[in-house]
Design a protein around this ligand. Structure first.
Ligand SMILES: Nc1ncnc2c1ncn2[C@@H]1O[C@H](COP(=O)(O)OP(=O)(O)OP(=O)(O)O)[C@@H](O)[C@H]1O
Ligand SMILES: [Mg+2]
Length: 338
């Protein structure tokens, strides 16, 4: 038996639960459990029993249940979610959070119900960028997400104090992410967008397995050094059978507001190049623009702060591209048996 709260599972998790695993749900009270410190203040919660798969009885490494099932993006964790989209990149600081936040808002503006999960446990920027205030509430032992600009949000940044350093190992991160899905009252959603952490290391790879992804949007800046990282990330998602929806080239160019001159600060054509190499569409080219940075810092993303701007339109076009790609990919899916 295991429990899904980081502090409880601790190091045991890594040696205890075999993969693949089946979860059997029952209720139990942990009020008397010594040393149980809950991430979210729960006093009792649902426990999960793991049963070893007879096909891999010898496997004893970190628990990472395979959640990605083609045709069922939400899996059993979030049955009311129609589509899941990750915004990722091999590289840090290229604008993943900015794209994730504005994409979520642009999807909302198209009339969809949207949620946003901040999977960046070490650098959760979504609450600040969305201007999300307050802590998540509780209802019948489930977490009520915080809402900002009409988007339901879950982030570790809403649960821990600002500037508190988190030193979590991989299994703890898995548990937190699983909890963000399973234990949050998302309600019916058309799209759940994930803001992924940078990198292609162990943590990133495992997170991609934990999250039932319908597709991934890959963000890059145009220069070669960013492309190196994005190629690695693309190859990783391909290996994990996560559909690549397309590339977003962020900070593509800068138009000087005084002269109108256009500058390719980070070089040119990188997004197109990598999209061609992987045979996926270039979904958007987003310019480097001061109000976009400001909107993120002030909790008023450009998509809602200046909905008539060219930048906001670029994000709406991106949302349209994402919707179309997800629709065409799910139309291509063959029916599965069993
Ligand atoms: N198109 C843009 N124009 C202007 N500023 C931008 C743009 N995109 C992102 N930024 C700014 O660049 C900084 C980094 O962006 P962001 O935090 O979205 O990147 P990230 O890839 O999520 O970073 P990390 O890897 O740290 O999570 C932020 O200050 C953001 O406001
Ligand atoms: Mg980020």
């Amino acid at each position: 038996m295991t429990e899904d709260t980081p502090e409880l599972i601790g190091s045991n998790h890594a040696i205890f639960v075999p993969v693949p695993i089946k979860f059997f749900k029952f209720s139990g009270t942990l009020a008397g459990t010594r040393g149980a410190r809950f991430l979210d203040g729960f006093e009792s919660r649902t426990l999960y029993c793991g049963q070893k798969s007879p096909t891999h009885p010898e496997e004893t490494h970190t628990a990472m249940p395979e959640m990605h099932k083609p045709g069922a993006p939400g899996g059993d964790f979030i049955p009311e979610v129609k589509h899941t989209v990750a915004v990722s990149s091999g590289k840090g600081g290229v604008g993943k959070s900015t794209v994730a936040v504005n994409l979520a808002l642009a999807l909302k503006q198209r009339g969809h119900e949207v949620g946003l999960v901040d999977v960046d446990i070490y650098g959760p920027d979504v609450p600040l960028m969305m201007g999300a205030k307050g802590r998540p509430g509780m209802f019948e032992n489930r977490i009520i997400p915080v809402e900002a600009h009409g988007i339901k949000i879950m982030s570790i940044g809403l649960l821990v104090a600002e500037r508190e350093a988190l030193v979590w190992r991989g299994p703890m991160i898995h548990s937190a992410v699983q909890q963000f899905l399973r234990d949050v009252l998302w309600g019916p959603l058309d799209y759940l967008v994930f803001d992924m952490p940078p990198g292609t290391g162990d943590a990133q790879l495992s997170l991609s397995q934990v999250i039932p992804l319908g597709g991934v949007v890959m963000v890059t800046t145009p220069q070669d050094v960013a492309l190196l990282d994005v190629r690695k990330a693309l190859a990783m998602f391909r290996k994990l059978n996560v559909p690549i929806l397309g590339i977003v080239e962020n900070m593509s160019y800068f138009v000087a507001p005084d002269t109108g001159a256009r500058y390719a600060i980070f070089g040119e054509g990188g997004g197109e190049k990598v999209a061609g190499e992987f045979d996926v569409p270039l979904l958007a080219r987003i310019p480097l623009e001061m109000d976009t940075r400001k909107g993120g810092d002030e909790g008023m993303p450009i998509a809602v702060g200046q909905p008539d701007s060219a930048q906001a339109k670029a994000f709406r076009d991106l949302a349209e591209g994402v919707v179309e790609r997800l629709d065409s990919l799910s139309a291509l899916k063959l029916p599965t048996i069993g």
